[in-house]
Design a protein around this ligand. Structure first.
Ligand SMILES: C[S@@+](CC[C@H](N)C(=O)[O-])C[C@H]1O[C@@H](n2cnc3c(N)ncnc32)[C@H](O)[C@@H]1O
Length: 206
């Protein structure tokens, strides 16, 4: 199965119920992101899933647009926002490809999403367009050359199974080169030992 709304909707219950794979790494990424956010900023999260990250950042910016193409994922985020009295996060159902590049946002986030998109270079190009000058693009992306060996073997199996979305073969250097070729300046380029993803904060010069 390709990376489709149907796939993510079918697994949404399990995905939402599963504990965060590595809480320490997740908290680190939240902190690194918050260090560059400003209270007056707007934020766009692409592929927000169940909305955990958008809701975690909500107190640190003025407004968040959290989008995903899976309705059940978004429903969970909306319910949590209502229960917790969070009123500055808007959940929108859309495929990334259908998202307009106007308006732009001060912070654009793509966490565990870029490697799911077959034309990942086009995805980065669009994310860079969506980032306002002076703002930041924040990503967490699986990279094949820097992930632990064991994970590389798992990825090979995942990519061989037609029921799972393919993971693009992105290298860490290739990812950075693509961000830079879209005019972004790398401020943070971090991978926790033993973790499969590279976390990057890249600024669009003012
Ligand atoms: C691995 S989950 C990551 C969710 C969240 N960003 C996180 O870090 O927990 C990928 C999410 O991206 C969404 N997604 C994948 N491709 C997408 C696309 N092309 N357009 C919109 N949403 C997409 C899926 O529905 C799913 O909720």
């Amino acid at each position: 199965m390709a990376n489709t709304p149907l796939f993510w909707s079918l697994i949404s219950r399990k995905y939402i119920a599963a504990p965060i794979a590595n809480e320490e790494v997740y908290q680190d990424k939240l902190t690194r992101t918050r260090n560059v956010l400003r209270p007056e900023w707007t934020m766009l999260e692409i592929g927000c899933g169940s909305g955990n990250t958008a809701l975690a950042h909500a107190p640190y910016v003025s407004q968040i647009t959290a989008c995903d193409f899976s309705a059940p994922m978004l429903d969970h985020g909306r319910t949590r926002a209502a229960n917790e009295g969070v009123d500055n996060v808007e959940f929108i159902q859309t495929a990334f490809a259908d998202l307009a590049t106007d308006p732009t946002y001060d912070a654009v986030l793509m966490l565990s999403v870029i490697h799911l998109i077959p034309d990942w270079k086009a995805a980065i190009r669009k994310a860079a367009q969506l980032t306002r000058a002076g703002g930041v693009f924040v990503s967490s992306t699986v990279t094949i050359d820097t992930m632990p060996k064991k994970m590389r073997a798992i990825m090979a199996v995942v990519n061989a199974l037609p029921v799972l979305p393919n993971i693009a073969r992105i290298t860490r250097a290739g990812l950075i080169a693509e961000l830079e070729s879209n005019g972004l300046v790398i401020e943070d380029n971090w991978q926790q030992e033993g973790h499969d993803s590279v976390f990057v904060i890249a600024r669009k010069p003012a």
